[in-house]
Design a protein around this ligand. Structure first.
Ligand code: ADP
Length: 768
């Protein structure tokens, strides 16, 4: 059959398919017009290559479709739109270029009879419907427009034909389908395409879902953030964002490990998500601020010039030779060995003896930042290690706060009054301190509030204490003890002249020309206005004079320079504040002077003994501690064992009670060193022999009357001298201690060494 031919670009019209296509090529338009004049039939066939403008036979596929033209429509720009319906599958056998249009000879392909059993057909039908259904699930559009119609078709050839028409595949696949001769071949091609497209569709929708999910999440976050922003703006705290930015910038600039920074960032994120101005937000903000001000890895350069350090120590302090020596040794070793983790220095001594000020000098000498952490009265572990943030008003502990205050990770930290920490039910303060001081553990010290490990291993710790007795043993073992003793009056005089006056004058804006002191005045201040082991009170009194003088200079411009004499002191400081318990004028029975040592210095104490008829009981009053009471018992037992010697009747002790009292009953007293004093008192009261008033004694007594050594001799002797005592009995075993003391202390005192109770008695009783 001869028929006009229209070559198509990228379109395949299948039998039974109603489709539009546009034409612009003149030959095609002419072919259609020719067809309209004949029987409206054209042969539609796809070009193998779309770019060919004037195709010949070899440029076209051989199999095409004979179609009937239903409608022609003229479009702008010379385009003709054709509505055509595919009729039969046909093969192009020959093509002639017929002047102005293509004409070919086409041969309609006969349907191929195949042997497919009805059961087989049914199975194929169902399988195809299933496949269509599956595909519909991944292609919503297909399901809505085609699936339903297709699923209602009940014959296999019809289903195959319709599916191919409606299935969205590219033209070359359609062409392939068109070239298939048998139903079976078409079926398997379609099933294959369906399966493939379903797979692709599934994967695609998977991907799409994920993308969507992510998009949704981002969008949600964005919306929420915008909402928060609006809420914040409404509430008037829209500066929170700039605050967060500021926090983040500070975090980046922080000198800290990545671990720390990451933790801070996390907290900032948490903070951002919190409603502002609520309690939790405030807690979080304070926490972040605290973290940002901690000196994590920020170190200050250190100066270790031992010579310079020595100069500074000497310039700041009078005396204290041994102390300075040991500190310099310590610093030298620390530097020389390169081991900055060594033991910790602990300065032990009475108040006002310059412990704090020595530490400050050390910091100055090493060019280190100085922070003071006061441990006095700390009995809660949380004060050292901080409270957990769940507590309202939680704060970092004192150590962390100290580090924050220092601002660098290698300061000198003074642990003041380490002897005054105590442990109670609220946790073990001692072990918290141990963790701070232990070089093994303090690399990662964790404050409960901060919750991040801090490195304390670069800190130079110096501790101070008034006494070693109350420092927990494990702590004591970690520290190198340096003792600072009380000052003598002469030392105090030097300290006043060389340091305190200058300091106080400067503090009050006075010059050396304006105000000076005579030595006599200073001595009197020391002796009659202060009573202390250190020089704190002395400094205060000098300060008082400076203040009053400053006022005078301010109110009276013509004021002449002041030189403070002994006689001026009454005007500046009032009447004398200190009265010493001077030695009694007269020897007495049952009254003996002992010498005591307390953490604030030495003192004399008067032991009184009275005997009364009774049943052999012993009464002890004046707040004596257990050790002291036992010491009195031991003394009494000794006396009973030697009663014969002193002509005491055998039944004396059954018929008398003994009462020992130590005045100033409100002050607790303890320790064994009043042993020989109480024993002498008892014996004097029993034998009615007088004890010398100008004599004092100290020493522990044993059951057999031996005299054992005691501590704190320097302070005790100073106290004795101040009280006007002339002779002091000291245990023989303390002889080396006395030898170490400067002659300023021992001058004017007769020191007698005793090792047995009878030597004590011999010296103490005024007549044998
Ligand atoms: P502590 O810490 O032992 O209680 P401080 O260090 O506070 O005593 O000393 C009190 C005051 O006495 C400070 O002003 C200190 O400078 C001064 N001071 C103490 N000892 C000396 C000394 N040896 N030389 C100079 N000043 C001293």
């Amino acid at each position: 059959m001869k028929i006009p031919v229209v070559p198509l670009k990228g379109i395949v019209i299948l039998p039974r398919m109603l489709a539009h296509f546009d034409m612009i090529r003149e030959k095609s338009i002419a072919a259609v017009q020719e067809a309209m004049m004949r029987d409206q039939k054209v042969f539609l066939v796809m070009q193998r290559d779309e770019t060919v403008e004037d195709p010949g036979l070899s440029d076209l596929y051989t199999i095409g479709t004979v179609a009937e033209i239903k409608q022609l429509m003229r479009m702008p720009d010379g385009v003709i739109r054709v509505l055509a319906e595919g009729r039969d599958r046909a093969e192009l056998l020959y093509l002639a270029d017929n002047m102005n249009f293509l004409e070919g000879e086409a041969h309609i392909c006969p349907a191929v009879e195949e042997e497919i059993s009805p059961v087989e057909r049914e199975a194929m039908l169902r399988a195809m419907k299933d496949a269509i259904h599956d595909y519909g699930e991944v292609n919503q559009h297909f399901m809505e427009t085609a699936s339903r119609t297709l699923l209602m078709i009940n014959t296999l050839p019809e289903l195959i034909a319709q599916l191919m028409i409606r299935f969205p595949v590219d033209a070359h696949k359609r062409q392939k389908f068109l070239s298939m001769e048998t139903l079976n071949m078409q079926y398997s091609l379609l099933m294959q395409v369906l399966a493939q497209e379903t797979d692709i569709g599934r994967i695609r929708s998977d991907i799409q879902e994920k993308v969507q999910e992510r998009l949704n999440k981002n969008q949600r976050e964005y919306m929420l953030r915008e909402q928060i922003k609006t809420i914040r703006e409404e509430l008037g705290d829209d500066d929170i964002d700039s605050e967060i930015d500021e926090f983040l910038a500070q975090t980046e600039a922080l000198e800290a490990s990545e671990e720390i920074k990451e933790a801070i960032r996390k907290e900032i994120k948490r903070f951002r998500s919190m409603p502002p101005a609520n309690a939790e937000g405030t807690v979080s903000r304070t926490y972040i601020e605290n973290l940002l001000t901690m000196p994590w890895d920020k170190a200050a350069p250190e100066n270790v010039d031992i010579k310079a350090a020595e100069k500074i120590l000497n310039a700041d302090h009078y005396g204290l030779e041994k102390v300075k020596e040991r500190i310099l040794d310590y610093l030298a070793v620390r530097e020389y060995s390169g081991n900055h983790e060594g033991s910790i220095l602990c300065l032990v001594g009475p108040p006002g003896t310059g412990k704090t000020s020595v530490a400050i000098s050390v910091a100055r000498a090493l060019n280190k930042k100085y922070v003071r952490v006061c441990l006095g009265g700390v009995h809660d572990e949380a004060e050292i290690r901080g409270h957990r943030r769940t507590y309202i008003g939680a704060m970092p502990g004192r150590i962390a706060a100290g580090m924050k205050q220092a601002g660098v990770c290698n300061p000198l930290m003074l642990l003041d009054e380490i002897d005054k920490v105590s442990s109670d039910y609220k946790g073990d303060t001692g072990s918290a301190l141990l963790e701070v001081l232990d070089p093994e553990q303090n690399k990662r010290f964790t404050d409960h509030y901060i919750e991040l490990p801090m490195d304390l291993s670069h800190v130079l710790f110096i501790a101070t204490a008034n006494t070693m007795q109350t420092i927990p043993r494990p702590l004591l073992d970690r520290m190198e003890i340096i003792e600072i003793g009380s000052y003598t009056e002469n030392e105090k005089l030097h300290i006043a002249k060389e340091h305190l006056i200058r300091k106080q004058r400067k503090k009050n804006g006075l010059t050396g020309k304006q105000l000076s002191f005579t030595e006599g005045a200073l001595k009197k201040i020391i002796h009659s206005y202060t009573r202390e082991a250190g020089v704190r009170q002395l400094e205060r009194e000098i300060g008082e004079i400076c203040r009053k003088a400053a006022r005078k200079f301010l109110t009276d411009e013509g004021m002449k320079p002041l030189r403070i004499k002994e006689s001026d002191l009454k005007e500046y400081l009032g009447i004398e504040k200190v009265h010493y318990d001077m030695a009694a004028e007269q020897d007495d029975v049952g009254i003996v002077r002992g010498l005591a040592w307390t953490s604030v210095g030495g003192d004399t104490l008067e032991v009184e003994v009275n005997i009364m008829p009774g049943k052999g009981k012993i009464h002890l009053t004046g707040q004596m501690g257990d050790v002291m009471k036992e010491s009195a018992q031991a003394g009494l037992s000794y006396i009973r064992s030697v009663a014969d010697q002193y002509h005491v009747a055998g039944d004396y002790f059954e018929e008398h009670d003994i009462h020992i009292h130590i005045p100033e009953g409100a002050v607790p007293k303890d320790g064994p060193s009043a042993g020989i004093t109480m024993t002498t008192g008892m014996l004097s009261a029993i034998t009615l022999k007088k004890v010398r008033a100008d004599l004092a004694m100290t020493g522990e007594v044993t059951l057999r009357g031996r005299v054992l050594p005691i501590g704190g001799l320097k302070e005790k002797l100073l106290a004795a001298k101040q009280a006007g005592i002339r002779q002091v009995l000291v245990p023989e075993k303390n002889r080396p201690d006395v030898a170490e003391l400067s002659s300023e202390i021992t001058d004017g005192l007769r020191i007698t060494y005793v090792s047995q109770m009878d030597e004590v008695i011999e010296n103490a009783f005024s007549e044998a």
